[in-house]
Every structure is written in C-alpha cells, then in structure tokens.
Ligand binder design. Sequence first.
Ligand code: AMP
Ligand code: ZN
Length: 115
Amino acid sequence: MTAACLFCKIVSGEIKGEIVFRDDQATAFRDINPVAPTHILIVPNQHIESVTALESKEEQLIGHLVAIAGQLAQSEGIAEGGYRLITNTGPDAGQTIFHIHMHLLGGQEMKYPMG
Ligand code: AMP
Ligand code: ZN
C-alpha cells in the first residue's frame, strides 16, 4: 500500500469503489468516468507503478489480471461482441493513476485505428 495512491485506497476500502471482483491478488471496479457501456479497471492489490516498473516475479500476477478480464467480459455479456484491454503507460499514453491497471472496455463497437 502506498499512502497517496488512489487505487491502493480503493483496494483497501478506504475509498469506496464499485467493486465487481476481488481475490487475494487483484481487485476490479467500475471506472468513475466510463467511456464505454462496460468500463472496468482491473488492478493488482499490491502497488506497482506501471508496466515499466514490472519485475519478472510479477509476470504471473499480470497474467492473472488478463484472466480476470476474460472472466469479467463473460459475466458482463460482452465476450461475444468483443472488447478491448488497455494499459496506458507513461505521459504520452495518458496514464493518470500510477498504480498499474488494465481497462476493460466493451459493449459498443470500438473506434479503430488506435493511437
Ligand atoms: P489512466 O488514465 O489509464 O491512468 O486511467 C485512470 C482511470 O481511473 C481513468 O479512466 C479515470 O476515470 C479512473 N478513475 C479515477 N478516479 C477513479 C475512482 N475514484 N474510481 C474509479 N475510477 C477512477
Ligand atoms: Zn497503489
């Protein structure tokens, strides 16, 4: 837990989030400013700043976040239509919260090309 981190506070329950999944490694909650009908953030319970800060021992954890995204896509009813997983990293990508997270976006046709 990092004291100033918003997502650490949502994981710990200090700040309320609309939590849709939780286990001993990860938490998923609805984005406060959704950009698609389904917009969920999936985060590790431990504080990791970004993809750039990842250590090799955390590879399993990141795989777990992807697996949770797949399960949530099923339970949200967007698996068949398709969905997008996004992890913004650093200023050029628009990362605003420096606790690694995966956006699960779906429920509408996504704009393409990206970038
Ligand atoms: P990023 O820009 O990739 O770092 O994504 C951060 C996301 O966190 C944005 O989509 C915000 O809307 C979302 N967000 C910010 N504050 C909260 C909050 N209190 N609860 C849920 N989502 C939040
Ligand atoms: Zn954090």
